[in-house]
Write a protein that binds this ligand. Structure first.
Ligand SMILES: *[C@@H]1O[C@H](CO)[C@@H](O)[C@H](O)[C@H]1NC(C)=O
Ligand SMILES: *[C@@H]1O[C@H](CO)[C@@H](O)[C@H](O)[C@H]1NC(C)=O
Ligand SMILES: *[C@@H]1O[C@H](CO)[C@@H](O)[C@H](O)[C@H]1NC(C)=O
Ligand SMILES: *[C@@H]1O[C@H](CO)[C@@H](O)[C@H](O)[C@H]1NC(C)=O
Length: 383
C-alpha cells in the first residue's frame, strides 16, 4: 500500500506540471468539502488533490437573514483560502451556506430578506477571500416556495455580476448542492432559473437510505441497483431528463457510510429488517472510522466490495455497514467521466483515511490524463 501511494505520488509530481497545458483536465472539477466541526485542521488539507475546496458551513441569522459564522470557527473561515492556497495556489475556494428550512423559507419569500441575504453573502465571501458561494441543504419540498427560490437565484446572479463589475474582481461562482433527485412528491426545483444562474449543481448522490429513518438495510450510495432502489445511475438520469446538461452536474461522493442494527444477524442482505442505527447515534461513520472498526472488531471478517451495487458491505453479528471504499470511489469517478459530468465533489475530507479515497479518484484521472498527454506529445512530435 505504501509503495502504491508512493508511486501515485511520483506520478502526481510528474503529471501536475503537464496538466497546466491541458484544458480538458483543468475544467474537470475535483472538489471537496471541509466542515468546521471535523477534526481536520485546514492546514492539513492536501490541496494539491483538488481544484475546488468548499468551507462549510455558514448559517443564516433568523432575524436579519444575514450570514452567520460560529465564532469558534471564524478564524478557520477567515484564513481558509490563504491556508489551502499555500500548497496549491490555483485551488478555488467556496463558502458553503446552509439554511435551516424554516429560516431559509422566510428569507426566500420576501424581497427585502433576499436582498439582505444576497448582500451579506457576497460581502462575507469577499471579506474572507472566497471565490464562490455554495448553497446547501435546500430540498425540493412544499416548505420552500420553488418559484421564489428561482427568483432568489436570478437576483443573486444579478448582484454577483454587478458587484464584479463595480469591484473589478472576477465574478463569484454560484453553485448549489442539490438533493439526489430534482423533484420530490411533484415539487420540482426551479430548473430554468438554476440553469440560467448557477455555475453548476453538485448532486448529493448519497444518504439514499438512513438507519435512523429506514427500518430495513439499504445501500446509501449505490451506483447501480434494480430500479426499485434509489441509485446514482437513476439520480443522474433524472437530472438529465430535466434538461440539465451533463457538464453542469458534479457528482457528490460520500466519504462516509452507515451502520444498521440487524434484527437477525443471519438476515443480512440489502433490504433485511433493521432495528435502527448501530455503533454511532445515527449510524453515520467516516471511512476512516469504518476501517478502524473493521480492523478492531471484524474478527477476520472482510468488507466486501459488491460490484453490482458498487458499495462495500460489512456485516458482523448485528452490525451491518455499507460505505464507499477506494474501488467504489474509482467506479464513480469513472461513471462521472463516462457520462460527461463536470467532475466530482467529496463530502467530507476529514473522513478520508490518509487521502486514500481522494487519491483513488485521482488515480483514475491520471490514466485519463496520460491519454491526453500521449496525444499532445504525439502532436508536438509531428510538428
Ligand atoms: C410562491 O410564491 C409566489 C409569489 O412569488 C406565489 O404566487 C405562489 O402562490 C407561491 N406558491 C405557493 C405554493 O405558496
Ligand atoms: C417498517 O416501517 C413501515 C412504515 O414506515 C411499517 O409499515 C412496517 O411495519 C415496519 N416494519 C417493521 C418490521 O417494523
Ligand atoms: C443506467 O442508466 C441508464 C439510463 O440512463 C440505463 O440505460 C442503464 O441500463 C443503467 N445501468 C444499469 C447498470 O442499471
Ligand atoms: C452483491 O449483492 C447482491 C445482493 O445481496 C448479491 O446477489 C450479489 O451476489 C453480490 N455480488 C457480489 C459480487 O458479491
Amino acid at each position: 500500500m505504501a509503495c502504491k501511494t508512493m508511486i501515485l505520488f511520483l506520478l502526481l509530481l510528474f503529471c501536475l506540471p503537464l496538466n497546466l497545458h491541458c484544458t480538458s483536465s483543468t475544467s474537470w472539477i475535483k472538489g471537496g468539502y471541509w466542515t468546521s466541526r471535523s477534526e481536520l485542521p485546514v492546514s492539513q488539507i492536501n490541496s494539491g488533490l483538488f481544484t475546488h475546496l468548499t468551507c462549510a458551513f455558514a448559517y443564516l441569522n433568523s432575524s436579519t437573514f444575514t450570514l452567520y459564522i460560529n465564532s469558534t470557527y471564524e478564524k478557520s473561515f477567515s484564513s481558509f483560502t490563504n491556508t489551502v492556497k499555500r500548497k496549491n495556489p490555483s485551488v478555488v475556494t467556496l463558502l458553503s451556506i446552509r439554511g435551516g428550512t424554516a429560516i431559509f423559507s422566510s428569507m426566500v419569500n420576501q424581497s427585502s430578506n433576499r436582498k439582505s441575504f444576497i448582500e451579506s453573502s457576497i460581502e462575507t465571501a469577499r471579506l474572507y477571500g472566497f471565490q464562490g458561494l455554495d448553497l446547501s441543504g435546500v430540498l425540493p419540498s412544499k416548505s420552500t416556495n420553488m418559484t421564489n427560490l428561482g427568483i432568489l437565484f436570478d437576483e443573486w446572479r444579478a448582484e454577483v455580476t454587478s458587484e464584479a463589475r463595480n469591484s473589478g474582481n472576477s465574478q463569484l461562482l454560484l453553485v448549489m448542492k442539490s438533493h439526489h433527485l430534482p423533484a420530490i412528491d411533484s415539487v420540482t426545483y426551479p430548473i430554468d432559473s438554476m440553469l440560467r444562474n448557477l455555475d453548476w449543481v453538485h448532486v448529493r448522490a448519497y444518504d439514499y437510505y438512513l438507519p435512523s429513518r429506514d427500518n430495513f438495510t439499504g445501500a446509501h450510495s449505490a451506483l447501480y441497483s434494480s430500479s426499485s432502489w434509489f441509485n446514482t445511475n437513476d439520480s443522474i438520469r433524472e437530472w438529465l431528463k430535466t434538461g440539465f446538461p451533463a457538464n453542469k452536474l458534479v457528482l457528490g461522493l460520500p466519504y462516509h457510510g452507515y451502520a444498521w442494527q440487524l434484527v437477525n444477524p443471519n438476515e443480512n442482505a440489502v433490504g433485511a429488517p433493521a432495528a435502527g442505527p448501530a455503533i454511532t447515534m445515527d449510524g453515520s461513520m467516516g471511512y476512516k472510522s469504518i476501517k478502524a472498526f473493521i480492523r478492531d472488531y471484524g474478527y477476520g471478517v472482510a468488507s466486501l466490495y459488491n460490484d453490482s451495487y458498487d458499495v462495500n458491505f460489512f456485516s458482523s453479528g448485528k452490525n451491518w455497514i455499507n460505505f464507499d471504499g477506494a474501488e467504489a470511489i474509482t467506479a464513480k469517478v469513472s461513471f462521472a467521466k463516462e457520462k460527461g459530468l463536470l467532475g466530482y465533489n467529496a463530502f467530507q475530507l476529514s473522513n478520508d483515511d490518509k487521502w486514500e479515497l481522494s487519491l483513488a479518484g485521482m488515480q483514475l484521472l491520471i490514466t485519463y490524463n496520460s491519454y491526453d498527454q500521449s496525444f499532445s506529445t504525439k502532436r508536438s512530435f509531428e510538428l
